[in-house]
Design a protein around this ligand. Structure first.
Ligand code: SF4
Ligand SMILES: [Zn+2]
Ligand SMILES: [Zn+2]
Length: 312
């Protein structure tokens, strides 16, 4: 990029809608955006104990680093820790886990690890063929259900009152479209910078400090900060519906700049209405009779999948 930063004469590293920025101005712009999201949307407070869902990818290292920086800057006394789920995906997870371990050691962040094998009795690689044979479920569906359940359980058991995730603007725009394409209005209501519709017993609210940061910005931030990140993609990613939506959105963004931001902005306008509608839903989640996690049926989805896995 040959252009100069619009704030100083330095060489620009990125062209944003409001102008080009050099390395230093981009880093400040990005951090400021994340910190403003946390304060404006009331994502964290002084009394919180914070679990940070981490994977070792660029988003999670960035959100770990900036959550720690935010707490220090605002002198929050909050205890915080990183929480990682090892799904058991060969050729992928072992690399990101190594990056995460190194990062947490360097940053002196406590890291808690849980695995599919310990919790469900099999890695994702082992479980998927069996579950898929009986239910046709894709790896990402199983992965998502089991990971969400473990993150919530272990965050809660470690005393967390908030679970920080590294979801960025691209992830959110994809999720909004996915829910729309599949007519999942109920699920859409749980999106937004602060997820969750109403206080639910046993459910740790999830918050997204990178909500207004694009994938491109987050990748550049991680790169400029020198975070060691393995940019390899999960081998199962190609199979997912999300990837089709991601490619479609990237294509649109390339032709019509600002598309993703507009999707998220329009969604935020209607989100209060969706939440209100969901609040009127009187079906209360109950505790799963097997694992005790919040569930809509007597047995939660995670335990139902485990049952399929271990069926004779
Ligand atoms: S791409 Fe699918 S299988 Fe791979 S980590 Fe993500 S959700 Fe899990
Ligand atoms: Zn500059
Ligand atoms: Zn359960």
């Amino acid at each position: 990029m040959k252009m100069a930063c619009h704030k100083c004469a330095e060489k620009a590293v990125i062209a944003l809608q409001h102008g080009e920025l050099c390395k230093n101005h981009f880093l400040s712009y990005f951090e400021e955006k994340v910190f403003t999201t946390i304060t404006k949307h009331d994502l964290l407070n002084r009394k919180d104990t914070i679990g940070i869902a981490a994977s070792g990818g660029k988003d999670s290292l960035t959100v770990l680093y900036l959550t720690k920086k935010f707490l220090k800057k605002h002198q929050f006394p909050s205890r915080f820790f990183a929480l990682v789920v090892d799904e058991g995906i060969a050729g992928y997870r072992e690399h990101t886990l190594k990056d995460l371990e190194m990062f947490c050691k360097k940053q002196q962040i406590e890291l808690k690890k849980v695995s599919f094998r310990e919790a469900w009795g099999a890695t994702l690689d082992e479980a998927h063929p069996k579950i898929n044979k009986d239910t046709k479920k894709k790896p990402c569906t199983i992965c998502g259900v089991w990971r969400r359940s473990l993150l919530n359980r272990h965050a809660r058991e470690a005393g967390a009152t908030k679970l920080v995730t590294g979801h960025n603007l691209d992830d959110e725009a994809q999720a909004i479209l996915m829910n729309m394409f599949k007519a999942n209005v109920g699920l859409a209501a749980s999106l937004g910078p602060k997820s969750g519709i109403k206080e639910r017993e046993g459910f740790v609210p999830r918050v997204k400090p990178l909500y207004f940061c694009t994938e491109k910005e987050t990748r550049l931030y991680a790169f400029l900060k020198g975070f060691t990140v393995n940019f390899a993609e999960c081998p199962n990613a190609r199979e997912g519906f999300r990837i089709a939506i991601r490619d479609f959105l990237n294509d649109f963004e390339g032709r019509y700049k600002g598309t993703k931001q507009s999707i998220v902005n329009s969604f935020l306008e209607i989100l209060p209405l969706l939440k209100e509608k969901a609040r009127q839903d009187t079906t209360h989640p109950q505790a799963c009779e097997r694992c005790g996690e919040p569930a809509r049926q007597t047995v939660c989805q995670a335990c139902a999948l485990q049952e399929v896995l271990h069926a004779p």
